[in-house]
Design a binder for this molecule. Structure first.
Ligand code: DQA
Length: 146
């Protein structure tokens, strides 16, 4: 059974009320519920974590390796554009990960155009709204042959 971790970074706990014109009206709970349903239907196990703290995200990535997670779906929020620590953690554990951004970061401020994560990601999904998480789940499960 494939084990998938959905990991969300800072401010994504505010989805639903946070800049709805940019991020839409779905809450993180809505998104995770939908992903759980899709994963269950495909015989996969999905867990989800969100943290506003960089060190907790690093620890979650370390734990993913320890718990034999097959793939991570990661929206690192603003840490995408700043965090060498998250990149190093992902490189260290070598668990395949899919980088997701709800908004089209390339159509926004230039500081959002750089990702420290994309170069080592299995895939990057940008600007598709919350459905981007579902596309990442599909890509991960297909790659795992499920
Ligand atoms: C985001 C884009 C980031 O630039 C921003 O800091 C976020 C959300 C997105 O999902 O579009 O927090 O990752």
């Amino acid at each position: 059974m494939a084990r998938i971790l959905v990991l969300n970074g800072p401010n994504l706990n505010l989805l639903g009320t946070r800049e709805p014109d940019v991020y839409g009206s779905a809450t993180l709970a809505d998104i995770v519920d939908r992903l759980q349903q899709l994963a269950t239907a495909r015989g996969a196990t999905l867990t989800a974590q969100q943290s506003n703290a960089e060190h907790e995200l690093v620890a979650a990535i370390h734990d993913a390796k320890a718990s034999a997670t097959d793939a991570i779906i990661l929206n690192a929020g603003a840490f995408t554009h700043t965090s060498i620590a998250l990149r190093d953690a992902l490189a260290a554990v070598a668990v395949p990960f899919y980088e997701v951004h709800i908004s089209n970061v390339y159509a926004r401020e230039s500081f959002r155009h750089q990702s420290f994560l994309s170069a080592i990601a299995s895939g990057v999904i940008v600007g598709c709204g919350p459905v981007g998480y579902e596309l990442a789940l599909d890509a991960a499960l297909r790659k795992l042959g499920r």
